[in-house]
Write a protein that binds this ligand. Structure first.
Ligand code: A2P
Length: 342
């Protein structure tokens, strides 16, 4: 990278993903001349740690983006719908974590290990995919390149941090209350999440799937750039704080042995193969939380179909599933000279 430095706005900086974005920018020594955290009026003036000091949260308004080069958003869909175009009109390149722009035809949906070339046609807004989709496509793309994936059947085990800070507090409080003989109180989720599994993430649609499930179906096709890949998903919230897990079954056009799949994944960018069952080695959220990579294990042949494989994919949903992927998109934009410095 050159010596050029960028003014960066982090919108939703007080949230679970926003805080991780600040940490990620710092840890990766992102070439920023200034990083400004933004959130709602409720948080204006709050101080957040950055590079050994503190930076002060500014209220997000329509005038917030003058003079910024990049705006990294994680403040929910309605905030992105309203403010991402305002930021883009002010000259910023926006990388947005919400679902607001993901399926928009004029908005690239990018995982840098998979489709960095899609950044080249951006019109000011780039969408960061859904967390469950990101970790799955990082692992599936190298297998697709080698053996052409025809069908994917995925079931997820998703951490509560994916629902934001309030959900983490809800799980913690419910565990405390239930362990001391009190009733669990639920606000974020429709049911108790402690000691439970909810086959319900985001709202239900007319086709009887949830929005989260259809995100995995539609986003995977857009990112892989291949409409022939069929995906069906069941998404489940589990009482884990950090790290989404996925049981993934794929059917390929060309046969792959488990050893071949392991070999391909071992070479793939952003993937660590963690697969030695005889030693009890396989990816688990408690180990993958706080790490950058997508971890794959339990790779084995599904012999109920001609060319089938099963695998278990785990990644930190707040890192690769959100903050890290967003920052990697910003880094790739810079590498490809796609940020206009104001
Ligand atoms: P605030 O803390 O001021 O409410 P999470 O997903 O962890 O709940 O975080 C959501 C983030 O989005 C927070 O930083 C929150 O700020 C921010 N946010 C939510 N609504 C708005 C809004 N209308 N304008 C600006 N920031 C918002």
């Amino acid at each position: 990278m050159s010596d050029v430095r960028f003014r960066v706005a982090v919108v939703g900086a007080t949230g679970a993903v926003g805080r991780e974005m600040l940490k990620t920018l710092e840890a990766r020594d992102f070439p920023a001349s200034e990083v400004v955290p933004m959130a709602s009026a409720r948080s204006a003036g709050m101080k957040l740690p950055y590079k050994g000091g503190e930076i002060q949260v500014q209220e997000l308004t329509e005038d917030s983006f003058e003079g910024f080069d990049l705006a990294l958003f994680s403040a929910g869909g309605s905030t992105s719908e309203k403010f991402a175009p305002i930021a883009a009109r002010a000259g910023c390149v926006v990388v947005d974590n919400s679902s607001a722009w993901r399926m928009d035809d004029d908005t690239p949906l990018v995982v840098p290990e998979v489709n960095p070339h899609d950044l080249d046609w951006h019109k000011g807004i780039i969408a960061n995919p859904n967390c469950s989709t990101i970790q799955m496509v990082v692992a599936l793309k190298p297998l697709h390149d080698e053996a052409t994936i025809k069908r994917v059947v995925v079931s997820t085990y998703q951490a509560v941090s994916g629902s934001g800070q309030k959900a983490m507090v809800e799980l913690e409080n419910q565990v405390r209350r239930l362990m001391s003989g009190q009733e669990a109180e639920s606000e974020v989720y429709p049911h108790q999440i402690a000691f439970n599994c909810l086959p319900h993430i985001d709202s239900f649609l007319e086709n009887e799937y949830t929005k989260e499930e259809m995100k995995m179906v539609n986003e995977t096709v857009k990112i892989m750039g291949d409409e022939s890949v069929k995906v069906t998903a069941t998404t489940v919230r589990v009482p884990v704080f950090f790290g989404h897990s996925e049981s993934v079954n794929i059917e390929t056009a060309k046969k792959l042995t488990s050893a071949q799949a392991r070999g391909i994944l071992a070479q793939a960018p952003g993937v660590t193969v963690f697969d030695n069952p005889s030693e009890n080695v396989y990816p688990m959220p408690v180990e993958c939380a706080g790490q950058d990579d997508v971890f794959v294990g339990r790779i084995r042949v599904d012999d109920t179909i001609e060319n089938g494989l099963n695998m278990w994919i785990v990644s930190d949903n707040i890192r690769k599933g959100a903050a890290l992927n967003t920052v990697q998109i910003a880094e790739t934009l810079i590498e490809r000279n796609l940020v206009r410095v104001l």
